[in-house]
Design a protein around this ligand. Sequence first.
Ligand code: EPZ
Length: 417
Amino acid sequence: MKKLVIEGGRELSGTINISGAKNSVVALIPASILTKGKCVIHNVPAISDVDALMDIMKFLGSDIKYENETLYIDNKNVENKNIPDKYASKLRASYYFMGSLLGVYGKVNIASPGGCVIGSRPIDFHLKSFEKMGAKVKEVDNSFNITSNGLKATEVFFDFPSVGATINVMIAAVRAKGVTRILNAAREPEIENIANFLISMGAHIKGAGSGTIEIEGVNTLGDGEITVIPDRIEAGTYVIIGALLGKKLKIKGVISEHIDSLLYKLKEMGVSFKINGDTIVISKCKSFKPVNIKTTVYPGFPTDLGQPMSTLLTQCSGECVFEETIYENRLRHIPYLNAMGANINALDKKAVVFGPSQLRGRKVKATDLRAGASMLVAGMIAKGNTTVTNVEHLLRGYERIVDKLNDVGGNIKLLDE
Ligand code: EPZ
């Protein structure tokens, strides 16, 4: 296991370049299975989730290479094999192979997906949609065996605008006969990025990014090419750090509209920053006004920024109410913040944060990816040194996070535990 040792209180200046979006690339890679043509995916972050997906692709027979943040993929020799637990359980996004293998072969057998333990994380919306497209779903020994005589177009309505289910059904529908409509679809920016990749191969998709997506099935697909959009959660995490420690810190390669909700809240807190095209320039704020945060679906305040944001809330002069509405169990970082000197009362999915608190370096743990981000932010502002263990979680979703922060003045060491 790996740990971070972070020296707190260091001023940060210089430029942090934002990488490609984890939650886009983890769908783009499985989606490439839809075509026997060649695919090129640009701006791919070097994160362990990409490695895990490349392992699955190679297992299926794909010729996939990663050079200079670009993936070169040739799936002409891909076969439909049962994807075992050792691959599928590495990450939640392995479930996107359901959509693409079903789309091409009409059947798929894959072990249950993995993912951060932030809630029960069912995949019923995905499975019910596949059944509506004519597939039969059997769950046997922690694996899903899904068969069909070829998927049929249909109309699905999601009780909750699920990101994963929207993407999975969109991928599967590309090869289903007829026009599939997804109602109450998720609108996260990654969805449009994936749709554009599918369209580049020859798919007919309308409405990606809106609440209604129409996919007209096609028989053949050709070569595909896409550039992964900037990671809005990585960008938001560094903006939060900039508000706490920046000295004209530049965060470059951002689509600022994708984090409008965060930027609005920072303005409400009294944080000033400048947006110059794709670069946000931000300096530390002397005192923060309290705000309330309620996470929700895009374009609301993203659940993935809730945990790092809750660390910033500990520095507000007054009382902030933080509410997580997407997952049942995404406040597991709070006890560690309190151990560092924060004053937070958490109950169920709500937390009341009293501040400002002087955080002190402690040994803490990353319980999941974004909890790890929360601990990193806390360590960056705490008095003294903070050790964060289990940081494999963090490294899954933030490319070269230690180098990026040390390059602008941080003092963080990545060590074996
Ligand atoms: C994606 O997860 C992201 N992961 C998550 O980011 C992100 O938090 C989430 O979207 C919401 O934005 C990836 O893209 C790999 P959902 P996903 O389906 O697709 C319930 C990170 O930190 N639900 O929108 O799994 C579910 O329980 C990760 O990068 C069902 O009930 O999210 C949850 O309460 C964490 N049945 C809610 O919907 C289903 O079939 C949101 O889930 C599917 C979901």
